[in-house]
Ligand binder design. Sequence first.
Ligand code: GSH
Length: 326
Amino acid sequence: MGLLIDGVWHDQGYDTEAHGGAFVRESPGFRNWIRAGEDEPFTPEAGRYHLYVSLACPWAHRALILRRLKGLEDIIGVSVVDPYMGEKGWQFSTVRGAVPDPLYGLSYLHELYQKAAPDYTGRVTTPTLWDRRHETIVSNESADIIRMFNSVFDDMAGQPEADYVPAELLAEIDRVNEATYEPLNNGVYKAGFATSQAAYENAYGEVFETLDWLDTRLAHQRYAAGGRITEADWRIFVTLVRFDAVYYSHFKCNERRIADYTHLSGYLRELYQVPGVAETVDMNHIKQHYFRSHPDINPSGVVPLGPALDFNAPHGRDHLGLSNGS
Ligand SMILES: N[C@@H](CCC(=O)N[C@@H](CS)C(=O)NCC(=O)O)C(=O)O
């Protein structure tokens, strides 16, 4: 694990000591937007953009799901890094499920950042969306990437009618995103990477408050923002699907498993069973990454075999019904 400082790689972990033992996520370095228009630097074009992901990474997983559900596979290429993140950060390899870099044959993802900005300072993260035309990074912020994927390629997408940010639900989606990003999506990391008891307990409390809130909400409402699947669900899904296998043990979020929640567990299964989604979930990459890449947390690097999970079991949520347009 490390980062680039003035374009030079430094093997350096997260500086939790600067924040009283708490993990603080850094802002992404690239936040451009793809838009149609003559003067726009990044316009929607088939084959122009390439997505670098880790199948282990929940943030990258969001982008893979939106790419799949919008039918963008032929329009946006994908490379998949090795699940192990070592001293030089994310690396390319030919292990099962990995897809090497087709553009430059790179060994490490940080080399791509050096190409985009030779003096870049910051972390090297997935997902990273690359522009082949200008040979630079469009964005390394998954929240922006999935908003773009939802609509900017609609003229050429295989599923342009699928809309995960419908205008009438936008405010509610943003509200749910806000209520889940920091305490849940990021909260599990804050619990796992905490180096003080207080920081851990604080993050742990927020994780389970948020899961309890969601479980109550999902007792009467089919999806997070209403009666149809939206972006808010996919952002929650990527955390839930990793929870029992990784966050419960590795990140010490062990008050309850998702399997112990009546409504959340069915909700997780229903989302998993949406056509195309199961193919984006690679439990082997997920476990290999977390249990081997954080020697501070799991020094032996031994990867647990369990738990046995069956996301294909009946979800039991049909009685809640759907709203139009889902
Ligand atoms: N804000 C970013 C966060 C991405 C992120 O932190 N990805 C992790 C993998 S799950 C990563 O690449 N970490 C490498 C590092 O921090 O050095 C996003 O949502 O796109």
